[in-house]
Design a protein around this ligand. Structure first.
Ligand code: ZN
Length: 240
């Protein structure tokens, strides 16, 4: 094995450990933010019985598998979404490392992806967009675009174009449904703008993204949320 492959292998093992560990913190944000708690104000605890968790309970993915998704102390079930979050973080860290190598772009893109994952989980569970998390995700996206493109015009342009198109579509939809126009309460507008900030979009891509929104606005299905998340997470390595 050459030096290059050895370095890559060590990097991959490191990412496979780091990804779920970061995912573990992401889970505590997902649990605590909607409850008005800060992620670091208390040691990790069981949401059912309040028992402080021991180190053996805190291994991402493995702890959940070893107790078959139940709390060791009260046997209350631990929602599968937390293990999904840790697994997606594992995938993101490994895939982004393979795509971007170890460097500034990797850090900025994974920062974006982790906050996009937190945003998704809260949107899925609570039905609303956490503005602060959206802000963190957007900041990482903007930094990554600026670093890669060496100019701010790229993300300013795609962000503004997408915002205008999405607002027009939302305005049209509200008019057709004879409902009040409430852009800030419309989750898919936030998702489209976030995606537009994160990746350079060509004209056909704007069209595809807006087309994708149609079934969402017609059926109002919650399944749209993981679809937006998948796009937000998969497009940067493909287009960035
Ligand atoms: Zn418990």
């Amino acid at each position: 094995m050459g030096v290059m492959e050895t370095t890559t292998l060590i990097g991959l093992i490191f990412m496979a450990v780091l990804g779920p560990a970061v995912g573990n913190y992401a889970c505590s944000v997902v649990y605590r933010l909607p409850r008005g708690q800060t992620p670091f104000e208390r040691h990790p605890y069981c949401g059912h019985c309040g028992a402080d968790l021991q180190p053996k309970d805190l291994f991402p993915i493995l702890s959940w598998l070893s107790t078959r998704g139940r709390c060791r102390y009260c046997k209350g079930s631990i929602p599968v979404i937390y293990t999904v979050i840790e697994s997606v973080c594992l995938l993101v860290f490994v895939l982004y490392f393979l795509r971007f190598g170890m460097g500034e772009l990797f850090l900025l893109h994974t920062g974006f992806a982790v906050f996009a994952i937190i945003l998704t989980a809260i949107h899925w569970q609570q039905g609303w967009i956490a503005a602060s998390i959206w802000g963190y995700a957007a900041s990482f996206a903007i930094l990554a675009r600026t670093l890669a493109e060496d100019t701010i015009y790229g993300w300013v342009q795609s962000g503004v174009v997408m915002l205008v198109l999405a607002l027009l579509l939302a305005r049209l939809e509200a008019a057709l449904r004879r409902q009040p126009f409430m852009p800030f309460a419309t989750g898919w507008i936030w998702w489209l703008v976030l995606i537009a900030l994160a990746v350079p979009l060509s004209l056909p891509l704007y069209g595809w993204l807006l087309l994708m929104v149609l079934p969402v606005t017609l059926v109002k299905t919650r399944l749209a949320i993981p679809c937006f998340a998948a796009l937000a997470i998969c497009l940067p390595p493909l287009l960035g």
